[in-house]
Design a protein around this ligand. Structure first.
Ligand code: NDP
Ligand code: X2W
Length: 349
């Protein structure tokens, strides 16, 4: 126990926090030493989540950054936008390592954050210190760092599907259209009009069209990879299912590229990366094939008639899109094997 890294989770009563508890409970090098709640301090976590009663019996701690150093080495934040920006400077001051699952440190420009999130940004100095932890693309930058900004759920699926082709110059970066779909757990545990049962059941609806806060995050990474400004058309949809994201991506192909060429390019780019699985020709992934796991599965089609490629990328929003990738980043940060504690076979059916 004493040789394990001690982890605290802020926002532990939300879906992202509870998923961190589930996954960290199985991690061989981590002990969860503090589960923190801004609203339910003093209550057992199992009061709100009976499925955790065998794993966590402790009472929830309140937020006290000054006291946290005595309890933890690393802090995960799974809080709504606008919370981490205030807490992270205090946590870093205590010498703690931080992995933020929210959007507060993903965008490098405060003005861009304020435009898209409609909240006050973190200070530029902290945005500069944060490393964007899209593990299969920027993982080599994570080791030894103190502040990791975990990518958003939609950007994880979308960028893993786009980066190899954009980096290789195989698609026209001005032609990208992303049609993205998410299960409802992506919206968190709080009840809202748009996510309650009778609004959602047997329904399928678009939301935040051209206004989603993940648009600048996707464009920021693609611009870095392409070396030129990139804009995307990005439409999100709610699907009446609990977990899962599918990003269906359309783009014009540069030059003559077959579907086999795309499969070869992506297999080479992700060689040795255990969590990205490239499908063979004619096999397109479904969200259930990654459910409960840290995998991102990607399939391809190329239409010679239109000159466009279709790239289909799926993840579990709470695992690869949040808690799983956060733990992958902890592994990389600590210099451990990337997949430690994350070897989950998807739940099927
Ligand atoms: N759900 C998903 O699939 C994904 C979510 N994310 C991001 O992760 C973060 C958490 O999401 P999710 O777990 O779904 O959200 P939830 O709404 O389910 O949970 C958020 C938790 O944050 C805590 N919280 C709320 N307000 C405050 C506050 N002012 N100060 C401190 N803590 C607060 C609450 O816990 P308590 O009251 O106990 O403190 C709450 O349970 C968000 O930023 C989200 O955008 C990122 C990727 C995927
Ligand atoms: C289904 C659903 O509502 N999903 C949320 C994803 C929230 C999220 O992950 O937000 P950050 O990455 O910005 O923290 C949304 O579309 O806003």
């Amino acid at each position: 126990m004493s040789s394990k890294v001690r982890a605290a989770i802020i926002g532990s009563t939300g879906y992202g926090g509870v998923e961190l508890i589930r996954l960290l409970a199985a991690h061989p090098q981590v002990a969860i030493t503090s589960v923190i709640s801004s609203s339910s301090a003093g209550e057992p976590i199992a009061a709100g989540y009976p499925h955790l009663q065998e794993i966590r019996t402790e009472l929830l701690d309140g937020i006290d950054p000054a006291e946290m150093k005595s309890k933890a080495d690393v802090v995960f934040l799974a809080t709504p936008a606008g919370v981490a920006s205030g807490l992270v400077p205090q946590l870093l001051e205590q010498g703690l390592k931080v992995i933020d699952v929210s959007g507060d440190f993903r965008l490098k420009s405060p003005a861009l954050y304020e435009q898209w999130y409609k909240k006050a940004s973190a200070e530029q100095a902290y945005l500069d210190r944060a490393v964007y932890g899209l593990a299969e693309v920027f993982g080599s930058e994570v080791q030894g760092q103190e502040l990791i900004s975990n990518p958003g759920c939609y950007p994880t699926a979308t960028l893993l599907g786009l980066v190899p082709a954009v980096a290789a110059g195989w698609i026209d970066p001005k032609s990208i259209i992303v049609d993205a779909k998410s299960g409802v757990s992506g919206a968190g545990r709080g009840a809202s009009l748009g996510t309650h049962y009778s609004e959602l059941n047997e329904n399928f609806k678009a939301y935040k069209v051209n206004q989603h806060q993940h648009i600048p995050e996707i464009e920021q990474v693609l611009a870095r990879v392409a070396g030129t400004e990139v804009t995307v058309t990005f439409t999100t949809h709610l699907v009446p299912m609990t977990r899962g994201i599918m990003s269906t991506i359309y783009a014009s192909v540069e030059g003559q590229r077959s579907v086999q060429d795309f499969i070869g390019l992506y297999r080479e780019y992700y060689e040795g990366r255990q969590f990205v699985r490239i499908r063979s020709e004619g096999q397109w992934p479904g969200t259930k094939e990654v459910y409960g796991s840290n995998y991102c599965d990607i399939g391809f089609a190329v239409d010679e008639r239109t000159g466009r490629a279709t790239i289909i990328s799926v993840i579990d929003n709470l695992v690869k899109g949040a808690a799983g990738q956060a733990i992958q980043n902890l592994n990389l940060m600590m210099g451990w094997e990337e997949g430690l504690g994350l070897q989950f076979v998807p739940v099927y059916p």
